[in-house]
Design a protein around this ligand. Sequence first.
Ligand code: PLP
Length: 429
Amino acid sequence: MFDVNKIRNDFPILQRKVHGYDLVYLDSGATSQKPESVIRAMDDFYRNTNANIHRGVYEMSVESTLMVDGARKKVADFIGARTEEIIFTRNASESLNLVMYSWGKDNINEGDVILVSRLEHHSNLVPWQELCREKKAELRIIDVDSEGKLKIVGGEEKLYEEGGLRVRLGSLDKLVDAKVKLFSVTGASNVLGTLPDTLTMIRMIKERSPDVKVLIDASQMVPHMKVNVTKLEADFVAFSGHKMLGPTGTGVLWGKKKILSKMRPFLYGGDMIGEVKITGSTWADTPSRFEAGTPDIAGIIGLGVAVDYLENLGMDNVREHEKELIKYALEKMAKLEEEGLVKLYGPRDIEERGGALAFNVINVHPHDAAQILDSFGIAVRSGQHCAAPLVTSFGVPAMVRATFYVYNTKKEIDYLVDKIREVPKVFEV
Ligand SMILES: Cc1ncc(COP(=O)(O)O)c(C=O)c1O
């Protein structure tokens, strides 16, 4: 049974007040709150076990190593992967950059194409811009329609050439040919909530470019729905641990073993080597090859416990809960839109979207709106949400964004809607 009130009791931070009001945390898209079990596991590690992994034969070091190995197994099972395919990173940005440095630099050449979408977080756009510029490859970007869904066919095509980077923007069918070597796309938009149909797109691309590699930025997917990497038909999947109830400083890259085994390391140093001689070195196999230096041991252990927590809730229940919340929020917000109070962005069909709600209060700057909501204890984000090309394509400099997770309630949405009504009143003279 998914009992949101019981779940809320597991998150100590939800007891706090903000400006004298109960906290209404609607920014889990940026980072989620952490349950007591995760906080305790990390605290317990530092109090009772703290020792570096892989480097000692003494009991505490062996225990630490086993705990990290255990967390890797939990994450692997959570997404239907093999343990040696799970690489721990600091965050999703590092996971995406790892693919760019370790795979991209050796496999993208002049004239090749990298295909992304306008929905991307900067972390899945900027690395590819830089690689394309360096390699004289072309960056192609699937555009969005007025609802924020990816354009599959038709429409205009645009070409930009600036600072040594060639960018083509248009619908998927116009952008795919045999030159596409990498398709790197978000599984869920962090701004509009859009859930692109990645499977249909991947199959369409593979028909024209069978050797294409596929990278899914699943940062807003893995925390919110059941994900099985095999079913995604991807080669790499990147996500953050800290958005799925785990600690900050944790991220994950999953990659197919046969591809990872051929990739060069990302960082060099301790723990990632095979043999080191004064004249040169060889590399360990995956995942160690990509995990140089001391990892965030406590964080990884905490992430394992976060996975336990989500497994216990059941990811299908998590998705159902969020669908209910977003449906409820969209209905309420649509009324405000009819009244001319707000403008909503993103798909309206809840089957095609996750729990991110982007809006603006008419004639109020989003930063002002977010600050006024904060004065009532509501934590929402405002700005471009690290997706400037997406946000500005809607003709606005910024948006307010509320994101929902396992601990949010309909009552909180009622409160948000009530307080949005207050926002314009602040500016009345
Ligand atoms: C879709 C998406 N990709 C990538 C990132 C970057 O994640 P991190 O901050 O863990 O690097 C985020 C963070 O908001 C995101 O929402």
